[in-house]
Design a protein around this ligand. Sequence first.
Ligand code: GLV
Ligand code: MN
Ligand code: MN
Ligand code: MN
Length: 427
Amino acid sequence: SGYPTHAPGPPSLPVDAEGLQKQIDELSAFSDTPAPSVTRVLYSDKDVAARRYIKNLMEKSGLSVREDAVGNIFGRWNGNDVGLAAVATGSHIDAIPYSGKYDGVVGVLGAIEAINVLKRSGFQPNRSLEVIMFTSEEPTRFGISCLGSRLMAGSEGLANALKETVDAQNISFFDAARAAGYHIDQEDFRNVFLKDTYSSFLELHIEQGPILEEEGVSIGIVTAIAAPASIKVEFEGNGGHAGAVLMPARNDAGLAAAELALAVEKHVLESGSTDTVGTVGILELHPGAINSIPSKSHVEIDTRDIDETRRNIVVEKIHQSAISIAKNRRVRLSEFKIINQDPPALSAEPIIKAMEHAARQLNLSHKLMISRAYHDSLFMARISPMGMIFIPCYKGYSHKPEEFASAEDIANGVKVLALTLAKLSQS
Ligand code: GLV
Ligand code: MN
Ligand code: MN
Ligand code: MN
């Protein structure tokens, strides 16, 4: 049977907005920095506790819970026809240092609540419905974004790279995973790969930008996700005493890094499009003493564009600048490593239609938009038709403690998600 629509008027979907807000608040307490900031890093004790919290909620909602080798968590509601590919939805709960409590979380707790809503309404899916909590959407610990979904989508490159991947404390990915209770061996990475498992994938997320709030629109329907790239650069010079080494004799690795940061901005602006962005979010100097000329510098660069070719031109220009800066300053470019250089992703037309239909049925204002932030959906799009639902957030704030979305906006997002899941599970 289909979803019980009560004509006339919108279907009544009993979202427990208060309960959901309480869960968001509770989850935010699993943090390594004080409230209102949230810091939850992959495989940390706080991350492990937060994972337990999510699995417990999934079980309370009657979902059967499974975890893969890297800790992607799946909660399944079996449909009438378990032979059909499932409809999946989810997001992440890891949080970058000193961030907020809504990024990702709304799409995990909101997904579980969407399942609860459907169950309360007496709905029975035809295709199975599955909630996914992805491992490490954020690149904080190992420098790799969307680690869980990237692997799920079958990235051989990542499966190989993880064998040698270490964090800033030189703890290997394997050891970190083991400490969190995941015992990974070589074979297991292949078990993480998925194919033909899902007929659709949906992600509910805060916009992380100002458009919906500014325009007073309740729901954003994502048509495409911009293409992200990240680069790690290292310069090495001779260093030396800040008083005794005279200016002509210096080869300052710190100034090379500073010059490269400005070159990133220049190349991004040269693209001529406001869709091109670039950020130097990490710049570290060694030895980091006021009276010592930096002998080593470490720069990490993030650049994105909705147009992949234009983004690739920026990456190439940054590379050329790094080479010429090193030459002119007589420092060594000891590393120029492209960590990831991903193509953009398009939402699937039938899913866009289903989300629009749901918003219309619920009398919620909505608009089509692109996502400038990346999401696990960028990778799920490789193995399943994909769609994303955005909700407004206060001033577009994200990746900082002031991040906020209202309980009402979150509830609206959960309703659109529930209705779209219901629709897609019957088709
Ligand atoms: C997501 O966190 C992003 O950096 O876009
Ligand atoms: Mn984020
Ligand atoms: Mn996110
Ligand atoms: Mn993210």
